[in-house]
Write a protein that binds this ligand. Structure first.
Ligand code: CCH
Length: 289
């Protein structure tokens, strides 16, 4: 059934801003991770994958129960590489052990977007750790070889429309694919630790060539060394998706606005928040200096 958020009454925005700050400072300190991309992208990915198990048809999965902390979920082949995000967060959890895992994973994803110069992401606490037997089965995350109808159908499981789908995949401005994790290799652009509309600009403007990579999987490669997954390239191959790709390539503010709304919805999938629970908007480290 629908999970009802239970915000911790003894905690205020200050307590969560402290967790935010500890995550943000650790991102800054450990900037050498993944050849100086840093931990931001992998934290966005763990927030999305802990939410991306949601299925509105039977109201299971999602970020509420924090089940990414269990072996069965972190060892899902789709989550390859995310152990490093979990390990990054372990000392943060140790220091603030009053926080639930679902709140921690999603707050880390919010911190990472904001600290990478992305939009403000309003965030609400109240997820509650659930026992291991509530861990969703493996295989609920998307297949990177999918075409446009696969991608539209996949995100239909969350109730997302075309705008939300295209905006969310714009998070691929961050980070890279790793052959050893996913069987794909390379970054989507030049600034892998800056949140921007670069994914859409590159998707439209680069000279893409479908090639087999070292793992034998087909991916789109550009002369500048960028890549696109087949499921990314699908956004060019469908007229409704393409219209949105062009809009975001031309207008970063529009992308930031639509991304923030869709990301909040993703991170809150399957959770009912009390009507009077106002979201928190955190300050970046820069804004606090
Ligand atoms: Fe993604 N993503 N993603 N993705 N993703 C990968 C990496 C990142 C798909 C496949 C992959 C979203 C949607 C999709 C990030 C955020 C989001 C990788 C490489 C694959 C494969 C993993 C590796 O090799 O390490 C597919 C398919 C879809 C949908 O169709 C959404 C939605 C988000 C967030 C809102 C981020 C960030 C990364 C980079 C991680 C890193 O380690 O650098």
């Amino acid at each position: 059934g629908l999970n009802v958020a239970i915000p911790n009454k003894s905690k205020s925005i200050k307590d969560y801003q402290n967790v935010y700050n500890d995550i943000a400072e650790k991102i800054r300190e450990e900037d050498e991770f993944d050849n100086y991309i840093g931990y931001g992208p992998i934290l966005v990915r763990i927030a999305w994958h802990s939410s991306g198990t949601f299925d509105k048809n039977n109201m299971t999965g999602g970020s509420f129960g924090g089940t990414m902390r269990f072996k069965k979920e972190i060892n899902d082949p789709s989550n390859a590489g995310l152990k490093q995000a979990d390990e990054f967060l372990a000392p943060i959890y140790k220091k603030h052990s009053w926080i639930s895992h679902g709140d921690l994973y999603t707050l880390a994803g919010v911190t990472a977007v904001q600290e990478a110069q992305g939009p403000k992401i309003p965030w609400r606490p109240g997820r509650v750790d659930q026992p291991e037997n509530t861990t969703p089965e493996n295989g609920r995350l998307p297949d990177a070889t999918g075409d446009s109808s696969y991608v539209r159908n996949y995100f239909g499981r969350f109730g997302f429309n075309d705008t939300e789908i295209v905006a969310l995949i714009g998070a691929h401005c961050l980070g890279k694919t790793h052959l050893e994790n996913s069987g794909f290799e390379g970054p989507w652009g030049a600034a892998s630790n800056v949140f921007s509309n670069e994914f859409f600009v590159n998707l439209l403007n680069e000279n893409w060539k479908l090639q087999k990579n070292a793992a034998g999987n087909e991916q789109y490669d550009s002369p500048k060394g960028y890549m696109m997954l087949p499921a990314d390239f699908a956004l060019r191959q469908d007229n409704k998706f393409l219209k949105l790709v062009k809009a975001y390539a031309n207008d970063q503010d529009l992308f930031f606005n639509d991304f923030a709304k869709a990301y909040v919805k993703l991170l809150e999938s399957g959770i009912h928040f009390p009507a009077d629970q106002k979201p928190f908007i955190f300050k970046t480290l820069d804004e606090q200096e």
